[in-house]
Design a binder for this molecule. Structure first.
Ligand SMILES: Cc1cc2nc3c(=O)[nH]c(=O)nc-3n(C[C@H](O)[C@H](O)[C@H](O)COP(=O)(O)OP(=O)(O)OC[C@H]3O[C@@H](n4cnc5c(N)ncnc54)[C@H](O)[C@@H]3O)c2cc1C
Ligand code: SF4
Length: 460
């Protein structure tokens, strides 16, 4: 028996996918969205809601789509999630709400909650007027450090409660990883800009090129504002620590993606172009590694290779992204661990030396272990290497916020409400949890906003 499937998302042509940065998939049209929404049972005890880190009323907004009332669907969705167009595209729904959907069985695929969220989010950007400017009717001033999803979500909820919010961003562009990390072909930057401009309409003020700790000291910020939210992410790249990582042509994924996404190095007339390598090897297996290898492919790397220590089954990236990469022609090499980066001339990279690895079984944490096979060394040639094995928090915040408590790796310690050990200083997102997801960061920003609003109300 064939499985009853979700309505598919259409895709642009393979040629466009391999050679341009256009968005890979196309948002449902209204007819498809209504058809998909009608697959939902509108359950009384909707299990899908429990799978959503911000508790979106999923049957509520889907039932409005089913009756073609898209404005009401947008209104419901926006009550819970300030960035639905973005979350509809990048949230790992298959691990969250859709995994909990009662339709997620051997016989049927779950309701395509993410695709419906994307449809409504895109609709709201062009149709709804529910984010009109609201007067800031409170005397309280909130400083938000960073403009990634944690900060945007905190700013959104504080502004909706009538607080005066100023967001300070170190870079010249807003959005955090949404702008400099996730590539255009997965998340168009005009969408990020539109979602942010909806916040401006709520009265949020954005200050760019402002590195808190350098441009403005924490002390000044703390004196001027009634509460501070730290959403500075975890953008400090990690390297493997193998010989050759200093060679020309070796990048951290963070640098590579920032140059391509934020500095638009993929455009022919880009002011800060990037070398278009002929044969790139990406080291890693998460979303960041897949974004890097798909970017390298589009910049002309043929082949674009992703090398991972474990097997295909353990790849931590979203299954959708792995499938897209394979269709586009990315070469995935598994069970190999890098031990050195090689150069023929002592300056430029010419290959990666690996040892083969093999799986050794699941450990007590449920993780598949592996071991390297002695004397199995071999070299794969390349002229570009991208290291995508994770990140750390940037130490600047810890260095500048005297007495802010962090763990041994530098992640900020907070309680369940997002409070740090410093009075009226709150934190959330990757700066607290380490690399996580957009929606988890948004959930943390929302929780902190709630605490800020209640704390300040009590001091009035
Ligand atoms: C390439 C890539 C792909 C990803 N893909 C996905 C995906 O598909 N789905 C998903 O759910 N998650 C994905 N993630 C993870 C997700 O993007 C992050 O978990 C999320 O962005 C964290 O949000 P944040 O607000 O905590 O921090 P960030 O998004 O990192 O934003 C932090 C911001 O703070 C600014 N900042 C730092 N220090 C200062 C300072 N001192 N002063 C002022 N500003 C400062 C930074 O410039 C940055 O703009 C991906 C991450 C990467 C890197
Ligand atoms: S669990 Fe699935 S079918 Fe039930 S309300 Fe949620 S999305 Fe609809």
């Amino acid at each position: 028996m064939t499985k009853a499937k979700k309505n598919p998302l259409l895709e642009i042509t393979l040629d466009e996918r391999q050679n341009t940065f256009k968005e890979t998939t196309i948002t449902y049209d209204a007819e498809t969205a209504v058809r998909e929404a009608q697959r939902c049972y509108n359950c009384k005890n909707a299990r899908c809601i429990g799978g959503c880190p911000v508790g979106v009323n999923i049957p509520g907004f889907i039932s409005k789509i089913a009756t073609r009332d898209f404005d009401s669907a947008a209104l419901i969705l926006k009550t819970f999630n300030g960035l639905p167009s973005i979350c509809g595209r990048v949230c790992p729904q298959e691990q969250q709400c859709e995994k909990k959907c009662v339709k997620c069985t051997d016989k049927t695929e779950p309701v395509a909650i993410g695709r419906l969220e994307r449809f409504v989010g895109d609709y709201a950007l062009t149709h709804s007027s529910n984010n009109e400017y609201q007067p800031n009717n409170s005397c309280f001033k909130i400083a938000v450090i960073g403009s990634g999803p944690a900060s945007l979500s905190c700013a959104n909820d504080c502004a909706k409660a009538g607080l005066h919010v100023t967001v300070f961003e170190a870079l010249h562009s807003l959005g955090g990883v949404l702008s400099y990390g996730i590539p255009e072909f997965r998340l168009p930057k005009n969408l990020v800009a539109s979602e942010i401009s909806a916040l401006e309409k709520l009265g949020v003020v954005f200050k760019l090129n402002c590195l808190i700790g350098k441009t403005i000291t924490f002390k000044n910020l703390y004196t001027e504002f009634d509460a501070v939210f730290i959403g500075t992410g975890a953008g400090l790249p990690r390297f493997i620590g193998i010989p050759g990582e200093e060679l020309n042509g070796v990048y951290s994924a963070n640098e590579y993606l920032t140059r391509v996404n934020l500095m638009k190095a993929y455009l022919k007339d880009a002011k800060t172009p990037i070398i278009r390598h002929n044969r790139v090897i990406v080291l890693g297996g998460g979303n960041v590694a897949f974004d890097s290898v798909r970017t390298a492919l589009r910049l002309g790397s043929k082949p674009a290779i992703l090398a991972y220590r474990r097997s295909l089954n353990e790849l931590p990236a979203r299954s959708e992204e792995i499938a897209h990469a394979l269709t586009e022609g990315v070469q995935i090499e598994t069970l190999r661990s890098p031990v050195g980066i090689i150069s023929d001339d002592g300056i430029n990279v010419s290959g990666v030396e690996f040892v083969k690895s093999e799986l050794t079984g699941i450990d007590s944490n449920g993780q598949q272990n592996f071991r390297t096979i002695p004397n199995s060394n071999f070299v794969m040639s390349c002229d570009g290497v991208i290291v995508a094995i994770g990140t750390n928090p940037n130490p600047i915040i810890k260095d500048c916020f005297n007495d802010l408590r962090t763990d041994s790796r530098g992640y900020i310690l907070v309680d369940a409400d997002g409070k740090t050990n410093i009075n009226n200083v709150f934190a959330g997102g990757d700066a607290v949890t380490g690399a996580d997801t957009v929606i988890s960061a948004m959930g943390a920003g929302k929780r902190a906003a709630h605490t800020i609003i209640n704390t300040l109300k009590d001091t009035h």
